[in-house]
Design a protein around this ligand. Structure first.
Ligand SMILES: Cc1ncc(COP(=O)(O)O)c(C=O)c1O
Length: 395
């Protein structure tokens, strides 16, 4: 038996590291399930569909062919080329393979970008409510986290005037995310152009998290990298997790100027060596192969969104905009009179519906819950019935 005799002395920075509550709620929900409770999972941020068979097949073949060794830190040249062509086409910009760095998931691009560009004390503007890893990483690396509030009155689109007011001489990086987690808000082309105009020719970089860009229900995705003069100042974050239902494969990428790509690849050399090579071969198939499966998934998410939004708007105390992208809904729960975290806990414990408190996405998430629609229509309908019944009893 091991006995711990000394007190663990952690580095100070560890106290600044945040987390993603979704994983914790999932653990709590699983514990309730072990006690025999039936839980409907609307807390999870991943497609419930299987990875399309052609992609799985490509990975299996790659394993048999011996793609079981180290590869280049920046990614296999063929995959970098496939991504470059795909991003060039979808964003209407020129992209070379030397501007692509393949990493294990979209997340490392957040960490590496801040590590590579931001000094301690520099300011980083980021959306709040927003993906919690932005704030966590900014704080962890000793920079100043400057939240910009996303407001329901603006359909949760970034308010460019508010960003303009927050820009200072210390601003080094602005993080944007469209379609957005957790609100499903989408920036219009005009929003993106206005943001670029507000930044002007200041020496500020933009990390544009476009991981949900293929999960758009209206209009077309527009990247700030396509605005004149912005390609060199933008790091596009994208990946395979959401578009191709490949969350567990761990494969994402950043698109950035080549002189920055070299440094991001060096961070890969120092941390992961490389992304798993057989998964990268499957990534080429994902991009170049049949695109009907991801399109089917997108339509399915839209159908579920419609079912959920219609149902939740009929429940006492809840009101919900129809999100324009991603697979999340972000209903306003202020009329319930309950704080978000308490309500999320009660719905899990008493109604068997797992959702996330809006505050899991930052302080400005108070007054909201996030329900993912990455579950079947049948389960979504059951969840709505349960929330309705709970609301009738408790509100
Ligand atoms: C906005 C956003 N960016 C990045 C990621 C990270 O994706 P990955 O699982 O590929 O690391 C997520 C995942 O939930 C996300 O919601």
């Amino acid at each position: 038996m091991t006995t711990t005799q000394t007190e663990l002395r952690l580095a100070k920075r560890m106290s600044r590291l945040g987390t993603e509550t979704a994983f914790e709620v999932l653990v709590r929900a699983r514990a309730l399930e072990r006690q025999g409770k039936n839980i409907i999972h609307l807390e999870i941020g991943e497609p419930d569909m299987d990875t399309p068979a052609n992609i799985v097949e490509a990975a299996v073949n790659a394993l048999h062919k011996g793609f079981t060794h180290y590869g280049p830190s920046a990614g296999l040249p063929d995959l970098r080329e496939a991504i470059a062509q795909d991003v060039a086409k979808s964003r209407g910009i020129k992209v070379g393979a030397d501007e692509v760095v393949v990493v294990p998931g979209g997340k490392p691009i957040i960490f590496f970008t801040i590590l590579a560009l931001v000094e301690e004390g520099d300011e980083v503007i980021y959306p709040n409510p927003g993906f919690p890893i932005y704030e966590s990483m900014i704080n962890f690396l000793g920079a100043k986290a400057v939240p910009v509030q996303l407001r329901e009155e603006r359909d949760f689109r970034l308010d460019v005037n508010e960003v303009a007011r927050l820009i200072s001489d210390r601003t080094r990086l602005i993080i944007i995310n469209s379609p957005q987690n957790p609100t499903g808000g989408v920036m219009t082309k005009r929003d993106v152009q206005d943001l670029a105009a507000a930044i002007g020719d200041r020496d500020i970089m933009v990390m544009s998290d476009e991981i949900y860009s293929r999960l758009l229900f209206e209009g077309e995705h527009y990247s700030i990298a396509a605005v004149d003069g912005f390609k060199d100042r933008t790091i596009i974050l994208d990946g395979f997790s959401k578009t191709y239902a490949m969350t567990g494969w761990r494969m994402g990428y950043g698109v950035m100027r080549p002189d920055l790509a070299v440094h991001i690849a060096r961070l890969m050399t120092n941390s992961n060596s490389c992304t798993a090579t057989f998964t990268q071969i499957a990534g080429i198939e994902a991009i170049r192969g049949d695109q009907s499966e991801p399109e089917k998934m997108r339509q399915e998410f839209q159908r579920r969104r419609d079912v959920f939004v219609k149902g939740i708007n009929q429940i006492k105390g809840f009101s919900c905009l129809s999100p324009k992208g991603a697979f999340y809904t972000f209903p306003n729960i202020k009329q319930t009179g309950w704080p978000s975290k308490k309500l999320a806990d009660a719905l899990l414990d008493e109604a068997g519906v797992a959702a996330l408190s809006g505050t899991a996405f930052g302080a400005f998430g108070e007054g909201y819950l996030r329900f993912s629609v990455a579950n079947s229509v049948q389960n979504i309908e059951t969840a709505l019935d349960r929330v309705d019944e709970w609301a009738k009893k408790n509100l």
